[in-house]
Write a protein that binds this ligand. Structure first.
Ligand code: FMN
Length: 186
């Protein structure tokens, strides 16, 4: 089976981030089918004026990296019932036409929160933002790691129910990428 190349972003810059730890566990669970590279989303604050004459080098390079990947994996916390600013800032940079690398890109989303809803509200907003950019977010297959303080530690994710859900979602995501590749050829 062909291994797909994913670019991954954590929506948290925190060193002890639950979401970055979750991302590393997802990468481990995905390793038979996917090669995953984590990219930094520490970009300048979006400003249309910075695009003229050229966008910042790190933005151009991130766009190219995503363009070359088979899919984009987002693992993020929820801030104030929505998308953390640092991640939204990166998406705003990536969304610019011409040549947004988000267009037609298969996207998978996951998140962890110490709370009851496990980033559900943020993920709804992300789906809306990606739809605007005509990215192909994997339908259904939502990964919400709720009450994550008891499930994720320094060595990663230890919750069997979440692990089962992630494995199932990764398998669906593989098929989702395959589907869009077939579709693109026809
Ligand atoms: C500014 C801010 C807003 C937050 N808003 C939410 C929220 O709306 N929903 C939620 O579940 N947790 C919220 N939290 C708590 C985060 O889920 C928690 O800090 C989590 O550990 C952040 O993810 P990380 O560990 O990956 O950095 C918020 C935290 C911060 C700092």
């Amino acid at each position: 089976m062909e291994k797909y190349k994913l670019i991954a972003m954590s929506g948290s810059l925190r060193k002890q981030s639950f979401n970055t730890a979750l991302l590393h566990s997802i990468i481990e669970l995905a390793r038979d089918d996917f090669d995953v590279d984590i990219v930094s989303i520490e970009l300048p604050l979006f400003n249309d004026d910075l695009i003229d004459p050229d966008e910042p080098e790190e933005v151009a390079s991130l766009k190219q990296t995503i363009r070359e990947a088979d899919g984009l994996l987002i693992v993020t916390p929820e801030y104030n019932h929505s998308i953390p600013g640092v991640l939204k800032n990166a998406i705003d940079w990536l969304s610019l036409e011409p040549g947004t690398p988000l267009r037609d890109k298969p996207v998978m989303i996951a998140g962890a929160s110490p709370g009851l809803l496990g980033t559900a509200r943020c993920q709804i907003h992300l789906r809306q933002v990606f739809a605007t950019n005509r990215a192909n977010v994997l339908p259904g297959n939502e990964i919400f790691v709720t009450h994550c303080k008891g499930k994720i530690d320094d060595s990663g994710l230890h919750d069997e129910q979440s692990i089962t859900q992630i494995k199932k979602t990764l398998s669906e995501y593989y098929k989702w990428i395959e589907f869009w590749k077939r579709n693109a050829k026809n």
